[in-house]
Each structure stands twice: as C-alpha cells, then as structure tokens.
Design a protein around this ligand. Structure first.
Ligand code: ZN
Length: 94
C-alpha cells in the first residue's frame, strides 16, 4: 500500500485524484499520514534554517474528512463497517 501509493501519485494527471478505501484502522492511518505529507507545503526537517524542499504542496486532501459508509450501507454490508474512503487530489501545475 505505502509503496503503491507514491507510484500512483506519480502517474496522476494534474487535477486527478487518488481514492483509497481502507478496511483496517492501521491501513487507514498510513494512507492518512501519506496524504497529509503530500498536502504539506514544506516537508523540511524540524529546525532547518532554510527551506530546501520542494516548498509547495503536491495536492490537497479533498474532502478533509474520510468518507464512511452510511448506516444503511453498513446494515446491508457488515464488512463495510470499518471502511474509510480518502481522496487526494493532485495540484494543477502552474
Ligand atoms: Zn521546506
């Protein structure tokens, strides 16, 4: 998962989005962490005197909150109970 996502992001067209559904909280945590890092403008180590990274976000997390199944969906499909959908949208290059 963590190996596949960066490759997926590379292949995205500008404005394109990656949607990931995770079924376990551990899985969701790594997706969330990765998306958060990509959405940060500066990823320099804490305490760096100057910004030496890319200095811009790769895209945005949209929507900010994960999408969870509705009550009805959970009743119809109990396995969907722990599912979370997160979407990362690649920034338009300018
Ligand atoms: Zn930086």
């Amino acid at each position: 998962m963590e190996d596949a996502l960066p490759a997926l992001r590379e292949s995205l067209v500008c404005g394109g989005a990656i949607a990931v559904v995770s079924y376990h909280s551990g899985e969701d945590r790594s997706v969330k962490g990765l998306f958060r890092e990509w959405a940060r403008a500066c990823v320099c180590p804490v305490g760096s005197p100057v910004c030496s990274c890319r200095g811009r976000a790769l895209g945005t997390i949209d929507p900010k909150k994960p999408i969870c199944p509705s009550e009805r969906e959970m009743a119809a499909n109990p396995r969907a109970r722990s599912a979370k959908l997160r979407v990362f949208r690649k920034a338009n290059e300018s």
